[in-house]
Design a protein around this ligand. Structure first.
Ligand code: GDP
Ligand code: IMO
Ligand code: MG
Length: 428
């Protein structure tokens, strides 16, 4: 039995795709367990970049079964597009499986996401407009459509016709939007159904058979702790649980099956979309990080907001996920900054806290308390051992580990699969 988990420890885009791809070469199965195509995971192999939204980042290893798990919300049209693009580039996708329990993102979810954001005006969340929130809302309202419904066309058609009438009322009466014709929606699904049916499986059974058979199963998180529906900067969050607990819920796996939980930590902070960001640098420093780090959204292309590393955030991820390891990425991006302030607490109304306040109002007025580290100027992208890193870089990294009470297994010094310093073998 070997369950591995990779999750984000900040606001997403930490480099989970890279770490999953790295591990993916040695595993038998890679499973997405939450979120949907709001994710944008980048894998770079020999300079060739692939961005994945819905397919697990282990997809480039043809020997690992790629499972879209029960807790994911699936836009089937995006799924097929992603498969077609990869296959056209010479990466076969016949090892993709789709959970029968996963919920479907329907065309009205996309429209409602967009209309809600428009109506919210200056209070918008800055969602990816992929229909994620409205799909999860319908799931919990118990009016969602699931992948298994597609197996019986009559069942699917009846459900679509029923739900459309309700959704059209919402779209037209609340938001003044354009309603859907259920027959048009059904025709779109009828056209793709023959390609979807062979991918459908009982994912929970597959995952358990693999674990019981001694195989290595890797659970790939999307988004991150600070975007978690329970522990993030609510309401500026996504609508799922991108945590190790989310693996249990979204893949049907018990906690004791998770042997190793790796949190990916970017060496500084970024955030896409709205919401509080205590260490944000709305200045030359933030611009420099964005340019050197290529900080533009892999899903929406939006410039990412950039700032200094926030360690109470990372420690919260260690606690909530039960992280066993930290994989620190994009350390190369920090070369050339004279001083590197690291946030170790928040001053709110004259009092200092080292935990994350629940109220976003508190976070909005919080002033970061920094510990400053001297920077380094060397290019570190060719370095492959910790001892060869500039001492200031070693000190910076060791402090992250110390503050968070979690060992480091990997230091990533470039986007490519090979640009790493391995401190503890990833598959042990
Ligand atoms: P994910 O959503 O967590 O998978 O991360 P993204 O793929 O959205 O964003 C991470 C970006 O950083 C991608 O463009 C990666 O290719 C890139 N990246 C990952 N690790 C490193 C690294 O160590 N150094 C540099 N310079 N880029 C990296
Ligand atoms: P990966 O997996 C960064 C953000 C959106 C928005 C909020 C809610 O690449 O790390 P949603 O569309 O989920 O309802 O949007 O969450 N967001 C992400 N930010 N990385 C992601 O995924 C994200 N997925 C969603 O920008 O602020
Ligand atoms: Mg991303």
């Amino acid at each position: 039995m070997a369950g591995y988990v990779v999750v984000g420890s900040q606001w997403g885009d930490e480099g989970k795709g890279k770490v999953v791809d790295l591990l993916g070469r040695h595993v038998n199965m890679v499973v997405r367990f939450q979120g949907g195509n709001n994710a944008g995971h980048t894998v770079v192999v020999n300079g060739k970049k692939t961005i994945l939204h819905l397919l697990p980042s282990g997809i480039l290893n043809h020997d690992a079964l790629c499972v879209i798990g029960p807790g994911v919300v699936v836009n089937l049209f995006v799924l097929l597009q992603e498969i077609d693009t990869l296959e056209a580039q010479g990466s076969p996708c016949d090892h993709v499986r789709l959970s029968d329990r996963a919920h479907l993102i329907m065309p009205w979810h996309l429209r409602i996401d967009e209309l809600m954001e428009k109506r919210a005006g200056k209070n918008k969340l800055g969602t990816t407009k992929n229909g994620i929130g409205p799909t999860y809302a319908d799931k919990y309202n118990r009016i969602g459509l699931r992948v298994c419904d597609l197996k019986d066309w009559d069942v699917f058609s009846e459900k679509v016709r029923n739900v459309v009438s309700l959704k059209n009322e919402e779209i037209v009466k609340i938001y003044g939007g354009e309603p859907f014709d259920p027959e048009e929606v059904l025709a779109q699904f009828a056209a793709i159904r023959p390609r979807i049916l062979p991918m459908i499986c009982d994912a929970v059974d597959k995952i358990h058979k693999a674990l019981d058979g001694g195989q290595i199963v890797l659970f790939e998180g999307a988004q991150a702790n600070m975007l978690d529906i329970n522990y993030g900067t609510y309401p500026y969050v996504t609508s799922s649980s991108p945590t190790s607990a989310g693996v249990c819920e979204g893949a049907g796996v018990a906690p004791q099956k998770l042997d190793r939980i790796i949190g990916v930590v970017k060496a500084y902070s970024t955030r896409v979309g709205e919401g509080p960001f205590v260490t944000e640098q709305l200045n030359d420093i933030g611009d420099k990080m964005r340019e050197i780090g290529g900080e533009y959204g892999a899903t929406t292309g939006r410039p990412r907001r950039c700032g200094w590393l926030d360690l109470p955030v990372v420690r919260q991820a260690v606690r909530i996920n039960g992280l066993t390891d930290l994989a620190v990425t994009k350390v190369d991006v920090l070369s050339g900054f004279e001083t590197l302030p690291v946030c170790i607490g928040y001053e709110i109304n004259g009092k200092v806290y080292d935990t994350i306040p629940a109220s976003i109002h508190d976070l909005e007025i919080a002033k970061p308390v920094y510990k400053e580290f001297p920077g380094w100027s060397e290019d570190i992208s060719k370095i492959r051992s910790f001892e060869e890193l500039p001492v200031n870089c070693q000190n910076y990294l060791n402090f992250i580990s110390e503050y968070c009470g979690c060992r480091m297994c990997l230091v990533s010094v470039g986007p490519d699969r090979e640009e790493n310093i391995i401190l503890k073998e990833l598959i042990a």
